[in-house]
Write a protein that binds this ligand. Structure first.
Ligand code: PRX
Length: 567
């Protein structure tokens, strides 16, 4: 029996107070995610239960009980306080998926500070822009990332503490740098948890914008209410489940459903800190007897590519429920998973901004492969007419996916950017920036984004950021960035460039530009192809026509080009 039981019945008289009751929270109470994910589980008598099975790329294993993570997060929280950090300070987590990342996340929340997780593969520029915008006061990292931070710290006047938390002894520390080895510090049994309230800031995730720099999406401790209930009803986590969320906490899935959801429910989860390989993933499932698996369409397509035989050579019979997030889940992937695992992947849809799952295929619901499913109880989702912003009643008609604001995990603002935040609302609706339709049975179907953002392997990349970084390369005169189709990642980044006089385009230069972007931004933002042009297509007012380049890549009709500049 699934946790949700009947979706139809849950829709009737739904109220978020149901989650509040289960979490024993009353309006106006203290609510601290760090405490809920560790101390409360111990108070429920589950302190000896495994919270985390960890394995790294070299096969090194470690396991931690809920009591261990309670103590370790107390220890991190206390050392942060002793250094002089306090509530509302923004503290960046710049680490691989090591256990210290998970302890620190909870420790930061326990002192009332704001956790700002960033993907450890980010290059100098991506890291700098996000730390600068958030006026981040401290960064917790591993010694291997110190050189990267040292290269940019002089440009970051707000950054006062660089804290190294790992197992390698860090020698030759410089100004503002501190190193701690958790195993050597006496565990802190008791700490005063900062009395955060529902609207106290908790997590700050950066997401790519269409035109400007990345935007910091601010969440609050009350998000727990949505994250707890959606984990229970959509991911269907049950007491004896072994859960694996494959997302990195640098992205919202890795915090909402890779930390907060499972641990607030007291569920055992597994973390594999290694790059993708089909063999390694199947072995991991077999070894830890994973029963609930939350992954991404790109990973599923990569597994499909590795072949059925490989999947069949492992014992994957522990798998009970599968779900997917981040990009369109193609019908073939759902059908393949049914054939190979005996279970379909259940698509879920949400965003960094929404903080929790909005639309999904619930356990027990009829799955229509290719559809995202139906809104979570308490969520009003509509398709709006693109001109009048009125809900479209007609089944199948394409418009803008929008929600009625008011669910607990909704973002509370963009950091330093109230203007753009306000633009996300029209009338009574929050605009997701996505287009879709609803069929005659109330299922939502994703059509595409309503902007130029590229979704590569489930990660959003701003063409603006890549174009700006390209212009830093000495030989490049102009740049335009669009997506191009890709079998596995669905979309990848493609750049069009012109060169300054005196430079010649060849494969060596192309490779050098690619590397330049990888180091400055990340491997995700790195163009997979660079095409040289004598001249980029522009409108008469001088704006680069990305639309035209995009249509060329996707073999689409180029539409109205009447504003294209004449030669
Ligand atoms: O365009 C949609 C796509 O990913 C965007 C959100 O990305 P991000 O804020 O990075 O959060 C991703 C993880 C929560 C959406 O606006 N997207 C997300 N889920 C789906 C999807 N596109 C199609 N189908 C989905 N299930």
């Amino acid at each position: 029996m699934s946790n949700i039981g009947s979706y139809q019945k849950r829709l009737l008289n739904f109220n978020w107070s149901l989650a509040e009751k289960e979490l024993e929270y009353h309006d106006g109470d203290i609510i601290n995610i760090g405490w809920y994910c560790s101390d409360r589980i111990c108070l429920q008598g589950k302190g000896d239960r495994i919270a985390l099975h960890f394995e790294n790329f070299a096969g090194k294993e470690r396991k931690y009980t809920f009591n261990d993570i309670r103590l370790a997060s107390n220890t991190v929280g206390t050392l942060l306080t002793n250094l002089g950090l306090q509530n509302r300070d923004r503290i960046c987590l710049f680490m691989d998926r090591v256990p210290e990342l998970y302890f620190s996340f909870l420790g930061i929340l326990k002192i009332g500070a704001v956790a700002q997780p960033l993907f450890s593969a980010f290059g100098d520029e991506s890291l700098y822009v996000r730390l600068e915008d958030a006026q981040t006061r401290a960064i917790i990292t591993q010694s291997k990332y110190l050189p990267k931070i040292r290269r940019i710290r002089d440009k970051l006047p707000f950054l006062e503490y660089i804290i190294v938390l790992d197992h390698t002894k860090t020698k030759n520390l410089e100004n503002k740098e501190y190193a701690f080895y958790l195993e050597e510090i006496p565990a802190v049994e008791k700490m005063e948890i900062f009395p955060t309230k529902s609207e106290s800031p908790s997590v700050l995730h950066y997401t790519s914008g269409t035109t400007g720099q990345p935007k910091g999406v601010q969440h609050v401790h009350y998000s727990l209410i949505s994250q707890y209930l959606t984990t229970k009803w959509v991911l269907d986590l049950q007491d004896d489940d072994i859960y694996w969320c494959t997302a990195d906490p640098g992205w919202v899935t890795g915090t909402s459903y890779g930390i907060i959801g499972p641990w607030s429910l007291g569920i055992t989860q597994c973390v594999l800190d290694a790059g993708f390989s089909a063999q390694a993933w199947y072995r991991f499932i077999e070894k830890y007897k994973i029963s609930m698996w939350y992954s991404s369409p790109t990973a599923i397509r990569s597994l499909m590519k590795a072949g059925n035989e490989l999947a069949m050579s492992y014992d994957l019979s522990s798998l009970r429920h599968l779900a997917s997030i981040g990009e369109p889940l193609n019908p073939e992937a759902v059908i393949w998973s049914q054939r190979v695992f005996g279970k379909p992947f259940h698509d879920t849809y949400w965003q960094t901004e929404t903080g929790s799952i909005m639309i999904s295929n619930f356990p027990g619901m009829k799955i229509k492969p290719g559809s995202m499913g139906k809104p979570f109880p308490g969520i009003t989702g509509v398709i709006l007419d693109q001109e009048r912003f009125e809900p479209i009643k007609e089944a199948g008609k394409i418009g803008l996916i929008a929600f009625r604001p008011g669910w607990p995990a909704m973002m509370r603002g963009y950091c330093n950017n109230q203007e753009i935040y306000k633009k996300k609302f029209v009338g009574r609706w929050y605009l997701t920036g996505d287009k879709g339709s609803i069929d005659n049975e109330g299922y939502f179907w994703f059509v595409g984004r309503d902007d130029d953002i590229i979704n590569t392997g489930g990660h959003l990349v701003s063409p603006f950021e890549v174009e700006s970084a390209l212009l830093e390369y000495p030989a490049i005169g102009e740049s335009a960035v669009v997506s191009k189709p890709d079998e596995v990642n669905m979309e990848v980044v493609k750049a069009f460039i012109t060169l300054k006089p005196g430079f010649l385009f060849n494969s060596e230069l192309e490779l050098d530009i690619m590397n330049f972007i990888r180091k400055r931004l990340s491997s995700l933002a790195m163009p997979q192809e660079i095409e040289y042009m004598d001249k980029l297509p522009r409108t008469r007012s001088g704006k680069i026509m990305r639309r035209l380049l995009h249509a060329k890549e996707w073999g689409e009709d180029i539409g109205d080009i009447s504003t294209l500049e004449n030669d």
